[in-house]
Ligand binder design. Structure first.
Ligand code: GLV
Length: 309
């Protein structure tokens, strides 16, 4: 019985060391080192090479090292009939919330705009916006979305959320399902996408949706690049319907250097780093699930195969 760590970002050894520091008796390997694939019963992964999960005949569980699991379902060779777990973590949620809060405040107070003016030595005050005058709409009102909403409320924002099923959170209006999407969009001035990427949500940030937002709405996508139709965003920024966008995620990562987002004056970019799994905080839930796996007990943070998240 052993765990294999599979990822392509040079953090395999970091996670191996952290697992061993938590339990020195664990059998844990990085994907490329020597071991017997028959021994592996859990794969701890983040954006694994396609097909790699099919190499372990006795695999019993796939543990995503992030909140998202879309990349597992995109791999046709992945044994998705096995239990799949994801990370649900207070730091992952708090880090995401802090990142989005920083973006929203920077937008209301024109921080990016002044950075460009400073570069060009332009002294030109422009009207700032106030928190109390603003409505933030969170598209994807699950664990991360609800932590963000709670933080935004503390700052005095008006907040509403949209998700498949209705949620109940103090001071936040919850919209649910396709029937209520237009109503939600009509009053959303800053749209934050925190949806899981599934067949239903791929391409949801498109022209038709943007047109339902009020003029000058601002877009923040911290979910997945696959939610956004890039050309539609550029069109709606260029025709003045949208006032700007902050993106952390892209169809292709790293984004190719010839992509128009890089030089677009209304696009603010970060390199998919809004919120990353913290080893100290996440390892206990991985180890707890590994223990449960050995004892045939129900696993924590299981992904629903029908929902895809
Ligand atoms: C990050 O993108 C995650 O899914 O955890």
């Amino acid at each position: 019985m052993a765990i294999v760590i599979i990822r392509q970002d040079n953090k395999e050894q970091l996670w191996k060391d952290a697992l061993l520091a938590a339990d020195s008796k664990l059998a844990v390997y990085t994907y490329k080192e020597e071991y017997n694939p028959d021994d592996i019963d859990m794969a701890l992964i983040w954006k694994h090479p396609e097909g790699s999960l099919a190499e372990f005949p006795n695999l019993k569980c796939i543990a995503s090292n992030g909140a998202g699991v879309d990349y597992i379902f995109e791999d046709d060779k992945a044994p998705t009939h096995l239990p799949i777990t994801r990370v649900v973590d207070k730091f992952l949620a708090a880090d995401m919330s802090e990142h989005v809060l920083a973006l929203i405040l920077a937008y209301l107070k024109n921080i990016e705009h002044y950075k460009v003016d400073q570069f060009n030595k332009i002294w030109k005050p422009i009207q700032y916006k106030r928190i109390a005058d603003f409505k933030i709409g969170i598209l994807g009102f699950g664990t991360l979305g609800q932590v963000l909403a709670t933080d935004l409320i503390k700052f005095g924002f008006n907040v509403q959320g949209w998700s498949n099923s209705r949620k109940s959170l103090d001071k936040v209006q919850s919209f649910a399902g396709q029937d209520e999407l237009s109503e939600f969009l009509a009053t959303t001035e800053v749209l934050v996408c925190l949806l899981p990427l599934t067949e239903e949500t791929a391409g949801i940030l498109n022209k038709e949706l943007f047109q339902q937002l009020p003029k000058n709405a601002y877009i923040i996508n911290v979910a997945r690049g696959g939610h956004l139709v890039d050309a539609d965003l550029i069109e709606m920024l260029d025709n003045g319907h949208l006032s700007g966008a902050s993106l952390d995620v892209y169809h292709q990562e790293p984004l190719s250097t010839d992509h128009p987002f890089w030089e677009h004056p209304k696009v603010h970019m970060t390199p998919h780093y809004a919120s990353v799994s913290d080893t100290n905080s996440v390892i206990p839930q991985i180890l707890e699930n590994y223990r449960r796996l050995q004892n045939n007990e129900p696993l924590l943070n299981l992904v629903s195969k029908t929902k895809g998240y």
